[in-house]
Design a protein around this ligand. Sequence first.
Ligand code: C2O
Ligand code: CU
Ligand code: CU
Length: 477
Amino acid sequence: MVRLPVPVLSRRRFAQFGAAACGLAVLGRPARAPAAEPGAQSIKLRAAPTRVRLLPDEFPETDVWTYDGAEPGPTLHVQQNVPLSVAVENALPEATTVHWHGVRVPNAMDGVPGLTQPAIKPGEAFTYAFTPPDAGTFLYHSHADSLAQVGRGLAGALIVGEAAPPKVDRELVWVVQDWRLTPNGSIAPGFGNRMEAAMSGRVGNTVTINGRVTDAIPVRAGARVRLRIINAATGRLMRLAFAGHQPVVIARDGQPCDPHEPADGRLLLGPAMRADIMLDMAAEPGSRHAITDDFYGDELAYALTELVYDPGPPVRAHALDAPVRLRPNPLAEPDLASAVRHDIAIAGGMMSGMGMMGGMGMMRRRATWAINGVSMTGDGQKDMPPLFTIPRGRSCVLALNNETAWWHPMHLHGHSFRVLMRNGVGVPHREWGDTVLLAPRERAEIAFVADNPGDWMFHCHVTDHQMTGLMGVIRVA
Ligand code: C2O
Ligand code: CU
Ligand code: CU
């Protein structure tokens, strides 16, 4: 395990600095439901610099970039199959776009500057209009100057409701973000450090739930909670363990899956990945149970938060026994027999063949990573030549080979895919997703029907990696 270049100022460490625990933190997000007008839904979002409180009260506030003054942006609750429009106003000092991560939008609404639209200049606005075809947990985030813009906070949850949601006592949406803060609470400079970009990317020292360092989540014994977790970090991977609880995964990346307990009970989430889990609050009233993240090893493990049980009696004597399976979304099933197959080789980074030794050509182009020997850098550019073209409607298998020593959550725009194989072995639930996490040296095969025409980004969601070459375009035509 390679050590992070910065110390993790965990919640514990902040507690040591400061006064008493910050008590039961605020859990709610400003939620934004569109104007109730049957047959259409419309929302406004204003991107602007704002000062917010991320840290416990004894620490200073932080200058961030927000949608509508909220960090993260307001949770957008919208309906499946109902036309949605979102008018985005740019009050930032630089151009921006909004990407609807995981939503199968028409290409022109995908929010990739240069590739699918000109970036929205400061003082200008752009209206995104699309009809969400799938119910589930999605996110929206900036796709312009992505490392700095998402790193300064431009992300939020997009929840597309189900027609018949499973019965629960409570639903929580957690947008989990990772910040690198200085002791005075401001965002540390140095986005795009070359050395970091060739390694794990910019990993921070402060992890927030819905924009606050959160010590405690108050819960009631006996309750069933649906928790939608969104990893909205630009670089941090998370492996969450729920002490004393058995999370059941019911959806990944917004797409329903066979309900199952994650391998060794821990939930692994790379940047931009989501999981919907069911949590039965089966512990004793008055007890406390940490949710910990040990992805970077024991030394850097920290408690994301704690489930703090109300001392009152359980809300029910026996666990709810209502079904938790979600109805699948209308995704076309790939036909493996007739599928076109493309190999994707991911190379670069420190400690691998190409690495920083990639020759002066690569250094000059500020590329550290490559897909099939090609490095596209930045956020998306006009006239990026596609890696390959898939005829519209064809099934496609992508055979990904991570030749590097680093983890890569690889994301495809405009489609959801099934994860078929890992290192040549069939994946148990063949789950759908829009982001597949590759361990160092891992191979994976994914399959989808290329039914959404356009030029689609395919990139690593460790934003430093994307910006320095781990990005390409796949054309569906
Ligand atoms: Cu979540 Cu290309 O992005
Ligand atoms: Cu996306
Ligand atoms: Cu990567």
